[in-house]
Design a protein around this ligand. Structure first.
Ligand code: FAD
Length: 441
């Protein structure tokens, strides 16, 4: 196994780590990659924003070349694949055959390993749940070098700790997941403008019960009576023929400073809202364009300059959402710091994992350029999420403190018990695990 020193960075570019990394190509190499005493962590597509996929001073197993699909049963939709298979590959191989990933994040560059480890959710969560809900079994290589096939009936505690477990139980070497049938390459998208938060919550509340996919975009800098204004997009599959846009633009250079400031954001958001006529509109587009709008611009994370940015994402329980979202948007608006549109989605049910993020409620996500005061602002939002019974999404996080984490994730005790059994020395670790005290005693 060849180990190379390299620097890895979270997608938000605010967290970096120096690691010794290897890039295994075959299953047979994995046990050797994990052998030893050093701290170790799997690294997939690197699309988590903060320090979840970083292991400063330790080792990283890069899974990109473990990208084979091993079997597929069209009758049941069961796909067995290696962890480095990404959502682009799933889309290309299966959409023409009428199957889709059961839950897809907003980027197709995330891998299946990362999708299990974060128990990712998509724009169809109310209907289909999160990725882990569709996993039949996993082959997990644990710190002792053993490969264990785990599932709901086979070491269920280790299965629950691994789904949403941010790579801390071991390295996921194979994934058996059920893809969903009846998918089409195109969707018909309905867009409507909503004037304020109450209207938005009511509309997205209706959409979650009826639409196949739904997502809202909020102008987080609008205040007063326009607080919470934005656009709701719902989508259904269609047989209309559309052409997928495959051309990608790129932010060509590393910018020394952020081009995202209150003026550019206000101007962009106003234009974006006006794109949709008052009466709303309907358009047909490629399913992938709807799912992965940001993938059209390669390296878009560079627009925040060298210092990078933080993404804040929380979920608030249904009953607390109207007040909690209002408090958050008022806080963000007063600080004048939001970046481009905030994303508002609904989530339908809790995930299977001890540390799964979803709960029935509303989830808000937005970026903050890493300027002085950004950490404090995110800290205030964490406090509001906690007071309202919500939680912060670990796949996006770089700043949460251990006490808030424990209060937000009531099943963390079960998670820690499993870690103590399966990896008593805490070899699988990350910068996030150390920050949140996720290490066996
Ligand atoms: C533009 C954008 C949009 C996004 N939208 C969404 C969204 O809508 N919904 C959502 O849920 N998330 C979303 N995300 C977050 C993203 O889906 C998660 O961070 C996901 O984990 C990234 O997968 P990855 O392969 O890049 O994993 P990485 O970032 O490389 O790693 C993430 C975690 O997974 C672990 N991991 C990776 N591979 C393995 C493995 N083989 N075995 C064990 N552990 C492993 C790592 O150790 C780490 O803890 C978005 C991210 C971006 C950049």
């Amino acid at each position: 196994m060849t180990w190379k020193a390299m620097t890895l960075t979270g997608w938000g570019r605010s967290s970096t780590a120096r690691v010794q990394a290897c890039r295994p190509e075959r299953q047979g190499e994995l046990a050797r990659a994990i052998a030893g005493e050093q701290s170790i962590l799997a690294h997939g597509g690197g699309r988590s924003y903060g320090d979840a996929a970083l292991n400063n001073g330790g080792r990283a197993v890069l899974t990109a070349r473990l990208d084979r699909m091993l079997s597929f049963d069209p009758a049941s939709g069961l796909l067995v694949a290696e962890p480095g298979v990404d959502f682009r590959a799933i889309k290309e191989a299966f959409l023409p055959r009428g199957f889709m990933a059961p839950a897809s994040p907003g980027t197709a560059f995330a891998t299946l390993g990362g999708a299990v480890a974060a128990d990712v959710h998509g724009k169809n969560h109310d209907r289909d749940g999160s990725f882990g809900d569709h996993v039949e079994w996993l082959d997990l290589i644990t710190a002792d070098g053993e490969t264990r096939r785990i599932g709901p009936d086979n070491d269920p505690a280790l299965f629950r700790a691994t789904i949403g477990g941010m790579g801390l139980t071991g390295l996921i070497a194979r994934i058996a997941v059920r893809l969903l049938p009846s998918a089409r390459p195109a969707v018909r998208v309905k867009e409507r403008r909503l004037d304020d938060l109450d209207a938005f919550i009511a509309a997205i509340g209706e959409a979650r019960a009826s639409a196949h996919f739904s997502v809202g975009w909020i102008d987080a800098l609008a205040g007063g009576r326009a607080l919470g204004r934005g656009i709701l997009q719902t989508a259904e599959f269609t047989d209309e023929a559309v052409r997928e846009k495959t051309k990608r633009r790129a932010v060509p250079i590393e910018l020394p400073f952020s081009v995202v400031g209150p003026l550019s954001v206000r101007a962009f958001n106003a234009l974006y809202l006006r794109r949709v006529p008052r009466a709303g509109r309907e358009i047909a587009m490629a399913f992938s364009t709807y799912l992965y709008p940001l993938d059209a611009i390669e390296k878009w994370n560079r627009i925040y300059g060298r210092r990078g940015f933080y993404q804040f994402q929380c979920v608030l329980p249904d009953g607390e959402s109207p007040r909690g979202l209002r408090e958050m948007l008022e806080t963000i608006g007063k600080a004048g710091r939001a970046s481009f549109l905030a994303v508002l989605k609904t989530l339908g049910r809790a995930g299977r994992g001890d540390l799964s993020f979803p709960m029935p409620g509303f989830t808000l996500a937005l970026d903050f350029p890493r300027r002085p005061g950004a950490e404090e602002l995110v800290g205030v939002l964490h406090r509001i999420a906690l007071e309202r019974g919500g939680r912060v999404y670990l796949a996006k996080d770089a700043l949460l403190d251990p006490a808030s984490f424990k209060a937000m994730y009531p099943r963390h005790g079960a998670f820690m018990e499993t870690l103590a059994r399966i990896d008593p020395k805490g070899r699988f670790s990350s910068d996030m695990a150390r920050r949140l005290a996720l290490k066996p005693a």
